[in-house]
Design a protein around this ligand. Structure first.
Ligand SMILES: Cc1ncc(COP(=O)(O)O)c(C=O)c1O
Length: 412
């Protein structure tokens, strides 16, 4: 490794392993090495001053040699995030911090694939993931192919059909269309053929789902979403089930020069303290709103894995410990003006991308979505609306939507 950062899951000095909400509230703190402050102070800085020549030479250990490498604040965040994705059960061996969720997707590919390797990517992946894979990776001699996340039989044939296949990228549920992937089944196929597996776990958030528990090698998240939880900072992170994978990703982080500003790190740490509570509230409100939406005659399909009508609901029941508040619906298409009267008249739902914050949002998916088949397959007489349910009172959100559907019904 170029740098000497201790990115491994900390050996716990605690006598007892607590439940996840308690771990999120309590871990990653060291009040009595920080003058009693409950939170780790915001360390900002580039230069680290060495006590003497022997320390500069590396003869004496130091916790960091440069601001880019780590700070006590980054160490604390890594500790809590490792725990979130399974560190306490020794599943996650360490955490690598990056500047955005998109970078959490691209770093494992850059760190672990070589020229000549082949990557299989779920059609359900976040559209910028496809853009990176198809526009950037070929410059490094890495080829790729998309797979249908609901057909593991075909996926296995793709793995068998290409001996250069080195990694399977998954995202369950899929962005916008929310298909669930059988991740334990996918992991089994990959292990049989000696292929690495990685999952974008931004939806599962470490609360509803922990991919490493399901046999996946690498889990990544956009911390911009539920971890931060307030739409006021951007970050991402990667965890893995072996020291070797974690070290390779940390090495790539150092080689690329990825930096995390102290303010963003503090925002993520603050968000983690209330994550379990918020995530559950988003999830419960989301399901209540799905029940309301299901009663609207214009709503034809609910695309929410925790909703009993979802085609892969059984996978969600088996592999998840809850749900967040992000899902889509297909509604009967009317004119663009009718859609505008529905959306523009909403008082509580904002129109915008990203999710995981306190504010309820919606957006409309366009079928072209960088050639994603699952989006192209949306019937032409439907709009696909994605909802992120925030932390407003659920009954107020329902009233806002009820008025919106009334406007939609009246419009031509
Ligand atoms: C599933 C998923 N992964 C990754 C990202 C990228 O996260 P960020 O916005 O932090 O770059 C997003 C953003 O919307 C996302 O929805």
């Amino acid at each position: 490794m170029a740098y000497n950062v201790d990115i491994k899951a900390p050996a716990s000095t605690k006598k007892k392993q607590w439940r996840l909400a308690t771990e999120m509230a309590d871990s990653g703190r060291a009040p009595f090495t920080h003058a009693g402050f409950v939170n780790i102070p915001s360390y900002r800085g580039s230069t680290i001053q060495f006590a003497d020549l022997a320390t500069l030479d590396g003869e004496k250990p130091v916790s960091t040699r440069y601001g880019l490498q780590t700070t006590p604040l980054l160490d604390a965040l890594r500790e809590v995030l490792t725990t979130l994705e399974g560190g306490e059960q020794q599943l996650a061996k360490g955490c690598v911090l990056v500047s955005s969720g998109l970078e959490a997707v691209t770093l494992p590919m850059l760190a672990l694939l070589n020229s000549g390797d082949h990557l299989l990517v779920t059609d359900g992946a976040y559209t910028p993931t496809h853009k990176f894979v198809e526009r950037m990776l070929p410059r490094f001699g890495i080829t790729s192919e998309r797979y249908d996340p609901t057909d593991l039989g075909k996926l296995e044939k793709l793995v068998e059909g290409n001996e250069r296949c080195k990694m399977i990228w998954s995202e369950s549920p899929s962005s916008q269309t929310f298909e669930m992937t059988d991740l334990p089944g996918l992991a089994k196929i990959a292990k049989k053929h000696g292929v690495l597996t990685a999952a974008d776990n931004s939806w599962g958030g470490g609360i509803a789902m922990r991919p490493l528990e399901l046999g996946i090698d690498i889990s990544v998240q956009s911390a911009t979403k539920y971890v931060c939880g307030h739409s006021d900072s951007m970050m991402g992170f990667c965890v893995a089930n072996s020291d070797e994978l974690v070290n390779k990703m940390e090495d790539a982080r150092a080689l690329i020069g990825i930096y995390n500003a102290a303010e963003d790190v503090s925002m993520s740490l603050r968000g983690l303290r209330t994550l379990a509570l918020r995530y559950q509230a988003h999830g419960e409100a989301g399901l209540t709103i799905c029940d309301f939406l299901a009663q609207q005659p214009e709503v034809r399909t609910i695309l929410h894995p925790a909703h009993p009508s979802h085609p892969q609901h059984a996978i969600w029941q088996r592999d998840c410990h809850g749900t967040c508040g992000l899902f889509s619906v297909l509604i009967e298409k009317k004119s663009r003006a009718a859609l505008a009267s529905f959306i523009d008249g909403l008082q509580l739902f904002g129109l915008g991308y990203s999710w995981g914050g306190y504010k309820s949002l919606l957006d409309i998916s366009l079928p072209q979505g960088f050639g994603r088949k699952c989006l192209a397959d949306v019937p032409h007489d439907r709009w696909l609306i994605r909802f992120h349910i925030g932390l407003e009172d659920c009954q107020d959100l329902i009233e806002d939507l009820r008025a919106g559907f009334a406007r939609y019904r009246q419009a031509a």
